[in-house]
Design a protein around this ligand. Structure first.
Ligand SMILES: Nc1nc2c(ncn2[C@@H]2O[C@H](COP(=O)(O)OP(=O)(O)OP(=O)(O)O)[C@@H](O)[C@H]2O)c(=O)[nH]1
Ligand SMILES: [Mg+2]
Length: 360
C-alpha cells in the first residue's frame, strides 16, 4: 500500500528542511519564501526493530521495510485559495496525498524571514487551516450546485448527497476542519469521494529551535484547544536536518548536545501510522522478512490482499503468531510444536506485530 504524506505550511518555516531530514535528499533549502515551487517527492522506509529482529531470526536474505512517500509542497499563504502567493497550484498536490503533515514554525530567529515578520504558532496554524477550509467550501458549493440540480429530478441518492453536503458546508462555514467534525459515515464518504482537503488526517510538527527541546516547549492553552485531537510533535528540524548527514553515532552525540536522546524523526512515521489507523504485520522466511501495512481492524483475507490481489479471494486460513512469541520459541517448528501458532479463519482481525503465513 503506497502511503503518501504531504508536508504543508507557511513559506520558509522549514518544510524542505524536514523533507531533507526525513529522506536525506538534497533539495533547495533557502531563506526566502516560496523557495519550493514544484513538489519534491521522496520515499522513507519505516524503521522497525521488530522487522530486523525477525530477519535475523529467520536468516533472511532480504529485508523489506514498509515505506512512506513524503511530498514537500510549496508554501501556502493567507488568500492562497483565491490565488495569493503561488495560489491554487498547491491544491492539486495536496489532493493527491493520504495525510497532511503541517509544519508550524516556533523557533525565533530574526535572520530567517517570516511572511508575517514573527512566528506565532496559533495564528500561523489557523492561516493554513483556513485556506484549506476555504478551498473545501468552494468545492462544496460547486458540488451543491451540480448535485442539487440532479436532486431536483427526484433521484433519491442525489437528494441524500445534497443533504450531506449541506451539513458539510455548515461545518466549513464555521471554519472547522472536516477531520475534526463528527461526520456521519455518509458524510465522510462524500468528503472522501470528492477529495476534500480538510477530511485528510493531519499531523502537526512544531519546528522548535535547538534551545527549545521538546521537554520545555509546549503549545499554549489556546493552541492546545485548537489542536483538539490532532496529534503533534515538537522537533528541532534544523538539528535533525544536520544530523541526517552524519553517521549514526556521531548524529546521536550531536543530538545529545541539545538534549534530544534519539532521532525524533522516527516519531513522525509512527505518529502518521497512528493517525491513519494503520498497523504492521510481518511475513518471514529465509528468502525475505517483510513488513506490510494495513488498516487497523482489517480481517485476515484483507491482509492477504496486501501481499497479492489473489490472496483475498483464495484465502483458506492463516497461521498466526505474535512476532515476539515467535522469537521466544526459537523456530517456526518449535512454535508449532508448542501450539503457539494459531490457525485463524476469514473472520480473524489482524493485530499489530502478527507474523502471518497465508494458506491459499
Ligand atoms: N534556525 C533554524 N533555521 C531553520 C530551521 N529549519 C529551517 N530553517 C531555515 O529556514 C529557512 C527556510 O527553510 P526551508 O526548509 O527552505 O523552508 P520551506 O518551508 O521549505 O520554505 P518554502 O519552500 O519557501 O515554502 C532556511 O534558511 C533554513 O535553513 C530550524 O529548525 N532552525
Ligand atoms: Mg521549501
Amino acid at each position: 500500500m503506497g502511503l503518501k504524506i504531504g508536508i504543508i505550511g507557511l513559506p520558509n518555516v522549514g518544510k524542505s528542511t524536514l523533507f531533507h531530514a526525513l529522506t536525506k535528499q538534497e533539495v533547495l533549502i533557502a531563506n526566502y519564501p516560496f523557495a519550493t515551487i514544484d513538489p519534491n517527492v521522496g520515499v522513507v522506509t519505516v524503521r522497525d526493530e521488530r522487522l530486523l529482529k525477525l530477519a535475523r531470526f529467520s536468516h533472511s536474505k532480504k529485508v523489506i521495510p514498509a515505506a512512506i512517500e513524503f511530498v514537500d509542497i510549496a508554501g501556502l499563504v493567507g488568500g492562497a485559495s483565491e490565488g495569493a502567493g503561488l495560489g491554487n497550484a498547491f491544491l492539486s498536490h495536496i489532493r493527491e496525498v493520504d495525510a497532511l503533515c503541517q509544519v508550524v514554525r516556533v523557533f525565533q530567529n530574526s535572520d530567517i524571514i517570516h511572511v508575517a515578520e514573527t512566528p506565532d504558532a496559533l495564528r500561523d496554524f489557523e492561516i493554513i487551516n483556513l485556506e484549506l477550509v476555504l478551498k473545501d467550501l468552494e468545492t462544496t458549493m460547486k458540488l451543491q450546485e451540480k448535485i442539487g440540480s440532479e436532486a431536483r429530478s427526484g433521484d433519491k441518492k442525489k437528494i441524500e448527497e445534497s443533504e450531506d453536503l449541506k451539513r458539510i458546508k455548515h461545518i466549513l462555514e464555521a471554519g472547522r476542519l472536516l477531520s475534526q467534525a463528527n461526520l456521519s459515515d455518509a458524510e465522510g464518504k462524500i468528503a472522501g469521494t470528492y477529495n476534500l482537503l480538510t477530511i485528510k488526517p493531519m499531523l502537526v510538527i512544531f519546528n522548535i529551535s535547538d534551545k527549545e527541546v521538546s521537554e520545555i516547549w509546549q503549545p499554549g492553552e489556546d493552541l492546545m484547544k485548537r489542536l483538539g485531537d490532532i496529534p503533534y510533535l515538537s522537533i528541532p528540524i534544523g538539528i535533525e536536518s544536520e544530523a541526517a548527514t552524519m553517521e549514526e553515532v556521531q548524529a546521536n552525540e550531536f543530538r545529545s548536545l541539545v538534549g534530544i536522546s534519539s532521532s525524533s524523526l522516527d516519531l513522525v512515521t509512527r505518529a502518521a501510522y497512528g493517525r491513519l489507523g494503520l498497523i504492521t504485520f510481518f511475513t518471514t522466511g529465509e528468502d525475505e522478512t517483510r513488513a506490510w501495512t494495513i488498516e487497523k481492524d482489517a480481517k485476515a483475507p484483507r491482509a492477504g490482499r496486501a501481499i497479492h490481489s489473489d490472496f483475498e479471494d483464495k484465502f483458506i486460513r492463516a497461521e498466526v503468531i505474535p512476532w515476539d512469541a515467535l522469537l521466544r520459541s526459537g523456530s517456526w517448528a518449535g512454535a508449532k510444536e508448542h501450539g503457539r501458532i494459531r490457525i485463524e479463519g476469514k473472520e480473524y482481525t489482524v493485530k499489530d506485530g502478527d507474523v502471518i503465513e497465508f494458506r491459499i
